[in-house]
Design a protein around this ligand. Structure first.
Ligand code: DON
Length: 572
């Protein structure tokens, strides 16, 4: 019934818009005033998707759902995100078209120094940079979701945290991702009793289907639900957390937690072939790099060209954008960045002029410098509510299970986001990314990210998408956006075979079987090196609302079976 009523009100709105638009040649947005009347959630875990649906059915909007999903993912996907990590939440409020990014990125502790990961020979100690509490930045997850609930939600933080508290108390079954990533990290997890007790079974990787209950995490979440975000960042809990970190060799102080603040940032926004792309600004490199790439390729009919030339042009655009990422980008509070220039069409025209259509550019021929593991940790979700509000959020603890360190009684792992800084100019991090002074470690500074939660708006549609995948996030979002603009549905964006170039190493890496043997040899003949990886990467989740027929669709990446996308009529 509700749907029929909704359809009727949409047609009325359409008729009114048509009347209002008489004599105008401008296409009119249709249906945006009324909202789709349906809600969509796509996330990396079915229990988190259910948490989002539960909250919207209880009267919450997309922002409440985002809080519930973020908290639920922190419980059921400890490899990927959590209370000890951070992320970027991109919000679109339909009522006034407000678009804002809530930056809950970790910051370096106040006692951090530029050379804190260098050994006596000046080499980066990779062990310290990724394992244990020294690798952890001050977490922003709780501060961000509390802010979103308070400022944008309709329900209380406590209500939004309920599904997560239930999941932490009652447990969830170990899935393939938990299992696979834990096999890779168990040796480090075993070093810390709280982590081992919570996430392993008698010190061993739990079997598929084992129920993981997290009573300490349930207690911490319940504390935040009852007392608010300050209970996490100040007072007794903060003292205990800091004591645990320091006892294990970390350098956090209570002042670090007390000083943590989220930032509301103006997104990077630009147009590409008549669509508005709204995406992550620094301290993520994603939006700037995406703008650079799309500006470079805009004059070409990229969708309809020969596949070899298409891959070649995209690769050359990726190469140039990743070079600039490494040279210029960092925390806007610490670094002056030529953002306006980097995302300008004139700058892109200069870069385009340096691309030969028949030949690969040697990365060495461009002044300046980067590799990467697979995109399995970190997480992304996309939400659309019945009113047209949207959230695209990418959250992380960095590498699988973060630093693997858990302070006693707290229930959550700390991130190893400090490795997203450049520990030494030109030395690669876990993703093979090289950085220089713009991304050097400094007290209170946010480490440069590649996370790229994004929206696309057109006259006839709006969409949200994003993915984990370290340095490859940006190129995955790029390919997804191009597929969307070609008119395809979310299922297609999230399933596309992926390829990636990040300037250094100078090669196109591809998912298994992403390119035909002919395509590979044609690219090689142009001077490209093509490297097929032995596994896929990424875990993309997207939602789409097409105004004309009020069609809402959503999809979760088929690469990981626990993901779930659901579209539902709004609850009556
Ligand atoms: O912020 C970043 O760019 C990284 N910490 C994200 C890590 C990630 O996506 C890991 N997944 N493969």
């Amino acid at each position: 019934m509700k749907n029929l009523l909704h359809a009727a009100s949409v047609s009325l709105a359409v008729a009114m818009l048509l009347l209002a638009g008489l004599g105008s040649t401008q296409a009119q947005p249709v249906g945006t005033d009324t909202g789709p009347g349906q809600a969509a959630v796509a996330s990396a875990h079915y229990l988190a998707t259910e948490a989002g649906q539960e909250i919207m059915a209880a009267g919450g909007n997309a922002f409440d759902a985002a809080v519930a999903i973020s908290a639920a993912l922190a419980v059921v996907e400890p490899a990927s995100s959590g209370l000890g990590g951070g992320g970027f939440w991109l919000l679109h409020r339909a009522s006034d078209k407000l678009r804002v990014m809530v930056d809950g990125r970790e910051v370096a502790p106040l006692a951090a120094t530029a050379d804190m990961f260098l050994d006596a020979n000046g080499e980066v100690n990779r062990e310290l940079a990724v394992n244990g509490p020294l690798a952890a930045g001050i977490p922003g997850h709780i501060a961000a979701i509390a802010h979103i609930a308070e400022k944008y939600g309709q329900l209380t933080l406590a209500r939004n945290l309920q599904p997560a508290i239930r999941l932490a108390t009652q447990g969830f079954p170990v899935d393939e991702k938990y299992h696979a990533l834990m096999r890779y990290r168990a040796e480090v997890i075993r070093r810390w009793p709280a982590a081992s007790k919570t996430l392993l079974v008698a010190g061993e990787v739990p079997e598929l289907g084992t129920m993981i209950k997290q009573p300490d995490l349930a207690r911490t979440l319940q504390m935040v639900a009852t007392q608010g975000r300050d209970a996490f960042y100040r007072g007794e809990f903060a003292q205990h957390l800091v004591a645990g970190v320091r006892a294990a060799g970390g350098i956090w102080t209570e002042a670090d937690l007390a000083a943590y603040a989220i930032k509301e940032r103006v997104p990077i926004s630009f147009s590409y072939q008549g669509r508005q792309i709204v995406t992550a600004p620094p301290p993520s490199s994603g939006g700037v790099a995406l703008a650079e790439i799309l500006n470079i390729i805009e004059p070409y009919s990229i969708g309809s060209m020969d596949r070899t030339v298409q891959v070649h042009l995209l690769t050359e655009a990726m190469r140039r954008a990743y070079r600039d990422r490494g040279i210029y980008l960092g925390d806007p509070e610490f670094v002056d960045m030529p953002i306006r220039q980097l995302i300008s069409r004139d700058y892109a025209a200069g870069l385009r002029a340096s691309i030969r259509l028949d030949r690969a550019t040697d990365s060495d021929a461009l002044a300046g410098f980067q590799d990467s593991p697979k995109g399995m940790d970190t997480t992304h979700f996309s939400v659309l509510d019945k009113d047209g509000n949207m959230v695209a959020a990418t959250l992380t603890v960095n590498l699988p299970y973060g630093s693997a360190f858990m302070a006693p009684d707290t229930g959550f792992l700390l991130n190893n986001e400090m490795d997203d800084f450049s520990a030494k100019p030109g030395a690669p991090n876990a993703f093979g990314l090289l950085g220089f002074t713009a991304n050097a470690i400094a007290p209170g500074k946010r480490m440069l990210s590649s996370m790229t939660p994004s929206f696309v708006f057109g006259d006839d549609r709006q969409a949200a998408l994003g993915t984990p995948g370290g340095s490859r996030i940006i190129t995955m979002v790029l390919l997804g956006i191009l597929d969307m603009i070609a008119g395809n549905e979310p299922q297609s964006w999230v399933s596309l075979p992926r390829f990636h170039h990040q300037y250094r190493p100078d090669l196109i890496s591809i998912e298994p079987d992403a390119f035909s043997p002919e395509l590979i040899s044609q690219l090689q003949a142009m001077g490209h090196t093509v490297e097929a990886r032995d596994s896929t990467w990424g875990n993309m989740h997207g939602v789409l609302w097409k105004y004309a027929d009020n069609q809402v669709s959503a999809a979760s990446d088929p690469r990981w079976p626990s993901g779930r996308a659901v579209v539902k009529p709004a609850a009556d």
